[in-house]
Design a protein around this ligand. Structure first.
Ligand SMILES: *Cc1c(COP(=O)(O)O)cnc(C)c1O
Ligand code: SF4
Length: 345
């Protein structure tokens, strides 16, 4: 696709407004019969459906098992109650970690803090632990930023700020510029990291302004995108990522291991290869957070380790993401490893 075609794509904000929110309409446009999904569509009452069009364009017509569709389509299984699944699997609400010291700042890991910039996302992923999280309308304001700067000044062990959400790229480039410039004034910070799924669902979110503001700060920029399947890496996205990579922005990807979507070594290996072709390295492969309504996506730890070992055999080490789970109260992500040098095969 040429530069001019990229330029004529609607503005990313328009794509957010134009996102599909009606499951029947999405199914019809994919050549599927909505009546067959009648029971499923009701699950939008649990968590609204939201799917930007560029992501829909990557789905296969007529395929009811499409790996992209299954990540975003409400399903009747979301009504199932499963043991061990709760509304707040990471204890973020109950521990009050969000509100204790500074609103919107999570300091769980020693050297880095996470800022909740925006509650909302461009896409609603059905497996997401935030489906019950009560901060849809969060907006990070100047008062919180000032408190964050004060907090960072008294915590010199923090050298990296992660902008997260929801999706931090729901913020405008002007807001991001102001936040990053102020963060850069904290001498102990070295890195700025953005965790976002937006580039995958709306590639045009990777604007030139965002690139320029990321490369003009003294902080080392890292962009962690979130793709779960190779089909999510469009040529358009690859071009934008290439541009960011050439500007000197480190590009990483995190995925969630999802039953029926990417739970095979072959699916994940082709994802890694697609990522590498787009100058992105796989970073984490997460085990699902046990959030109510997502149990049908679960892959057992045993199976996860098996897939991970198969990936090690199929790929160079730098294309194998770390297999981890987030455990409430732990001081890092927890690796899911066999208990020794044992072979599962
Ligand atoms: C995942 C996470 C991080 C980042 O962890 P890395 O291992 O550095 O990628 C930081 N803070 C919180 C609260 C997190 O959940
Ligand atoms: S936080 Fe990430 S995984 Fe969750 S709904 Fe938003 S984009 Fe999807």
């Amino acid at each position: 696709m040429s530069q001019t075609q990229i330029a004529t794509r609607p503005d990313w904000r328009l794509e957010i407004q134009r996102a599909y929110t009606n499951p029947e309409l999405l199914l019809t446009n994919l050549g599927l019969e909505p009546a067959q999904f009648h029971a499923d569509c009701k699950a939008r009452a649990l968590f609204p459906m939201r799917v930007p069009r560029p992501f829909v364009e990557l789905m296969q017509q007529g395929n009811r098992d499409d790996p992209l569709l299954l990540q975003v389509l409400p399903r009747s299984q979301e009504f199932d109650q499963a043991e061990g699944y709760t509304d707040d699997p990471l204890g973020e609400v109950s521990d009050n970690v969000l509100t204790d010291e500074v609103d919107g700042l999570l300091h769980k890991y020693r050297s880095r803090v996470l800022l909740i910039l925006k509650g909302g996302c461009a896409v609603n992923c059905r497996y997401c632990f935030r489906r019950h999280f009560p901060y849809q309308d969060i907006r990070f304001n100047q008062r919180q930023l000032q408190q964050t700067l004060d907090y960072l000044s008294s915590h010199p062990e923090v050298n990296e700020v992660i902008l997260s959400g929801g999706d931090p790229l729901m913020a405008s480039d002007a807001q991001l510029k102001s936040i990053i410039e102020q963060l850069a004034s904290v001498a102990t910070l070295k890195r700025i990291r953005i965790h976002s799924r937006l580039p995958v669902v709306i590639p045009s979110r990777l604007t030139r302004q965002l690139k320029e503001l990321l490369v003009s700060t003294r902080l080392k920029p890292i962009l962690v995108i979130h793709a779960n399947h190779g089909n999510e890496l469009s040529d358009t996205l690859e071009q934008h990522l290439d541009d960011y990579n050439q500007a000197g922005i480190l590009l990483l990807n995190q995925s969630v291991l999802l039953a029926g979507i990417n739970d095979s070594s072959s699916a994940l290996s082709s994802l890694s290869e697609r990522l590498f072709a787009a100058n992105v390295l796989p970073y984490y492969l997460h085990q699902l957070d046990k959030v109510t309504g997502a149990a049908h996506f679960e892959v057992s730890d045993y199976r996860a380790q098996q897939i991970w070992q198969e990936m090690n055999q199929a790929l160079p080490g730098f294309l194998v993401p770390k297999l981890v789970r987030e455990v409430a109260g732990e001081h890092s992500k927890t690796p899911i490893m066999p208990p020794g040098p044992v072979s599962i095969t």
